[in-house]
Design a protein around this ligand. Structure first.
Ligand SMILES: Cc1cc2nc3c(=O)[nH]c(=O)nc-3n(C[C@H](O)[C@H](O)[C@H](O)COP(=O)(O)OP(=O)(O)OC[C@H]3O[C@@H](n4cnc5c(N)ncnc54)[C@H](O)[C@@H]3O)c2cc1C
Ligand SMILES: NC(=O)C1=CN([C@@H]2O[C@H](COP(=O)(O)OP(=O)(O)OC[C@H]3O[C@@H](n4cnc5c(N)ncnc54)[C@H](OP(=O)(O)O)[C@@H]3O)[C@@H](O)[C@H]2O)C=CC1
Ligand SMILES: O=C(O)C(=O)Cc1c[nH]c2ccccc12
Length: 428
């Protein structure tokens, strides 16, 4: 990459223009790192832009201490570097982060940190992408007058901002004005240590809601978990084997609906019926639901046991909050000290990418897997297939191959043009 000019146009006079010879990758999470590594192997240079001050900020800053990967490690590794052999089947968050740090080092990936992409637009007139960022350095130094803005200009744009870029924070009557206790989103939760002896309402029963409720129990807090609709809970392992791995294996032989049926029978054998505990199953099977609506089944690591024992109380949808209390739709009122919103995440792509053909309003590509990785005019998406890290790894390999081919064509052309020039010149 090199600077082209200081721009004095329609935006701040402090905007620098930077010409990038390869692609710009937005996001230095596992997806962005995987694309950068695969490109490196093909000899294609790139620029990685990251709003945080580190790689994999979701893992380093927005997850709780005791988190472990919930799929076996072979489904979570990035291309071209397997996990170390001494890693356990389900690596801890610390191990996963050290693997990613090592990955970035091995492939010499050096993202531009503290740069948040504000907008990206395809410029039809020159056939290039214009990607604008602002510096996100905090502290007294980042005043309006010295906040740096940069415009990157490139031929290829890789969107790697992830399915979890922003928190979903629902508006519930009385929550912000009347409740008056502590309210956090699941991404701010670190440990149950701070909640010892406290009555905590956990809103949401996805993997986050379940695991945080369990962690709260383990720290002698009193969690109540809101289950407003329905949820699939599967054991993480069945008969000593990973349920996910078993499902992947079955899917090579059987149709999805049948695999779903088998998973549900196995879950019933392990757990028995759950309706006694206030938990209904969705009518659609777990994998069909994941594929069609992106709703991840819960892979249980012990929360269900605590639900059965009554340590985690299951409560229905919320009607409203009062000072120090919550009322549910059935009219019951429960006194609580704190609220943890385990209400999920969303993509932020529509807030910065000015494009509506490939990406839909919800921030995911319109075309489903396996065609969600490539758009038009050099636009790519990695990690939006709702298939976790293995989906991201597969997108990354395809993207790098695609760009690599064009890169080689173009550099070959440039070389022959140069060689031809030299030959022409040497004839004089
Ligand atoms: C708690 C939790 C546990 C999970 N566990 C598993 C698991 O065990 N196995 C599995 O396969 N998947 C798991 N997942 C799924 C998860 O999506 C992946 O693990 C993975 O982090 C996705 O990588 P990514 O790079 O696509 O997104 P992210 O890790 O979210 O990285 C995106 C990066 O883009 C940056 N960014 C966003 N917007 C901008 C912007 N405008 N400008 C610049 N930078 C920006 C962010 O700061 C972030 O660093 C889990 C998810 C969560 C939330
Ligand atoms: N160990 C691991 O590997 C972990 C992995 N993860 C992954 O992270 C991703 C995000 O998971 P998660 O954070 O659980 O988010 P999810 O989107 O999976 O779940 C959100 C939950 O919040 C509920 N909810 C949303 N709004 C409201 C509301 N207003 N009132 C009541 N309930 C509400 C939803 O209910 P409804 O269904 O009714 O909308 C749902 O139960 C998933 O892919 C998950 O697998 C998360 C934690 C640990
Ligand atoms: O943990 C996640 O968020 C994932 O997306 C991993 C994942 C991909 N496909 C699944 C099917 C069932 C459970 C987890 C996953």
């Amino acid at each position: 990459m090199f600077h082209v000019s200081d721009h004095h146009g329609d935006f701040s006079s402090r905007t620098r223009c930077v010409w990038v010879t390869g692609p710009v990758i937005v996001g230095a999470g596992p997806s962005g790192l995987a694309v950068a590594a695969c490109l490196k192997e093909q000899g294609v240079p790139c620029v990685v832009l990251e709003r945080a001050d580190c790689i994999a900020s979701l893992w380093q800053k927005r997850t709780y201490d005791r988190l472990k990967l919930h799929l076996p490690k072979k489904f979570c590794q990035l291309p071209k570097l397997p996990f170390p052999e001494d890693f356990p089947e389900y690596p801890s968050k610390k191990q996963f982060i050290s693997y990613l740090e090592n990955y970035a080092k091995k492939f010499d990936i050096n993202p531009q940190f503290n740069e948040s992409v504000q907008s990206a637009k395809y410029d039809e007139t020159c056939g290039l992408w214009r990607v604008r960022t602002t510096s996100t350095t905090t502290g007294s130094s980042a005043t309006a007058s010295n906040r740096a803005e940069v415009e990157y200009i490139c031929q290829w744009l890789v969107v790697a901002t992830g399915e979890n870029a922003e928190n979903v924070v629902p508006e519930i009557e009385g929550l912000s004005h009347e409740f008056a206790g502590q309210i956090i989103h699941a991404c701010e939760y670190k440990s149950g240590e701070d909640y010892r002896g406290k009555r905590v309402l956990v809103v949401g029963c996805g993997n986050s809601g379940m695991e945080l409720s369990l962690d709260l129990c383990n720290h002698n807090a009193f969690p109540s978990m809101v289950v407003r609709s329905s949820v699939h809970i599967l054991p993480r392992e069945i008969f000593g084997r990973s349920t996910f791995e078993l499902a992947v294996m079955l899917m090579t032989w059987l149709p999805l609906w049948l695999v779903d049926k088998l998973l549900l029978i196995m879950a019933w054998l392990v757990f028995g019926s759950m309706s006694n505990y206030g938990i209904q199953r969705p009518s659609m099977g777990p994998l069909t639901l994941k594929n069609t609506q992106g709703k991840t089944p819960v892979l249980d690591i012990g929360a269900l046991e605590r639900i059965k024992s009554g340590d985690i109380k299951v409560v229905p949808a919320i009607k409203r909050f009062f000072k120090g209390a919550v009322q549910f739709v059935n009219g019951e009122v429960l006194e609580i000290d704190s609220v943890v919103l385990a209400t999920g995440y969303r993509s932020n792509v529509p807030s910065w990418l000015q494009e509506t053909e490939f990406f839909s309003k919800n921030g995911f590509p319109k075309t489903p897997f396996p065609n969600a990785w490539k758009g038009k005019s050099g636009l790519y998406a990695v990690g939006f297939t709702r298939r976790g890290l293995s989906g991201a790894a597969s997108d990354a390999t395809k993207i790098a191959e695609d760009i690599g081919k064009m890169w080689k064509e173009e550099t070959k052309q440039k070389k022959t043009t140069k060689a031809c020039h030299r030959r022409c010149i040497s004839q004089f």
